[in-house]
Design a protein around this ligand. Structure first.
Ligand SMILES: C[S@@+](CC[C@H](N)C(=O)[O-])C[C@H]1O[C@@H](n2cnc3c(N)ncnc32)[C@H](O)[C@@H]1O
Length: 216
């Protein structure tokens, strides 16, 4: 989102991750697994540290990269994470088992639209991270915001979708439909009566939503 030079400058200042994370980043890059972009995840981790989140729900585990990054950044936090893809579940289990933070992570296997009962057994959550099928963001938000603490926040990734949300014309029908859904979600979110939200132009676009307190 920033110009290339500044983007590279900032990424160049981010310290190297440990060996397991570097292996996961390489795996994701080689096998086209869409893990969160570096500047996006660093921003999210810093927000979670400031917030001192203790119980985090993640929708969209992939290979477990962001779940493990959150666990490492917040050693007192528990992370419940949902994934539906069988191959990715298998990979996530393998990577997570190799980490000293594995005890902080509970992986729920199944479609996030169908595992609410299993997730609710772990509620409540003081942070929710939505990073799964982009066309379903509103549904994920509606289902799981019920389990957010009063002081909780919801972080949603990919809300600027490589800048395509601001493009007037998109040739491919599938991408056009997806962009339409993300745009609808963004408008819905920014006008939500119960949440204050802001969209940060970092990574692939990260929305931060905070439940509104009682207003005097
Ligand atoms: C962008 S990746 C998650 C990346 C991960 N959060 C990270 O940064 O390391 C999205 C993942 O969500 C999963 N997913 C998509 N829709 C889902 C759904 N309805 N329920 C569960 N998982 C879903 C996909 O299989 C994919 O592995």
């Amino acid at each position: 989102m920033l110009n290339e030079k500044l983007h590279s400058y900032i990424e160049g200042l981010i310290s190297e991750r440990n060996l397991l994370f570097t292996e996961m980043e390489n795996y994701a890059s080689v096998h086209n697994v869409p893990i969160m972009e570096l500047s996006g995840i660093e921003t999210m981790l810093q927000l979670l540290r400031i917030h001192d989140s203790k119980k985090i729900l993640e929708v969209g585990t992939a290979i477990g990269y962001s779940a493990l990054r959150m666990a490492e950044a917040l050693p007192n936090a528990q992370i419940v994470t949902i994934e539906r893809d069988v191959d990715r579940i298998h990979l996530a289990e393998q990577f997570i088992s190799r980490s000293e933070h594995s005890h902080q992570i509970t992986l729920i296997k199944g479609d996030a639209l169908e595992v609410e009962d299993a997730v609710s057994g772990h509620a409540s959550f003081d942070a929710i991270f939505i990073d799964a099928a982009k066309g379903q963001y509103k549904k994920f938000f509606e289902i799981y915001s019920k389990y957010l603490t009063n002081n909780g926040m919801i972080i949603t990734d990919n809300v600027l979708f490589k800048g395509l949300v601001a493009e007037p014309v998109i040739e491919t029908k599938r991408i056009r439909n997806l962009v339409k859904k993300i745009n609808e979600f963004n408008h819905w979110l920014m006008n939500h009566p119960d949440f204050d939200s802001v969209i940060l132009p970092v990574g692939d676009g990260v929305a931060i939503s905070k439940r509104r307190g009682d207003r005097i």
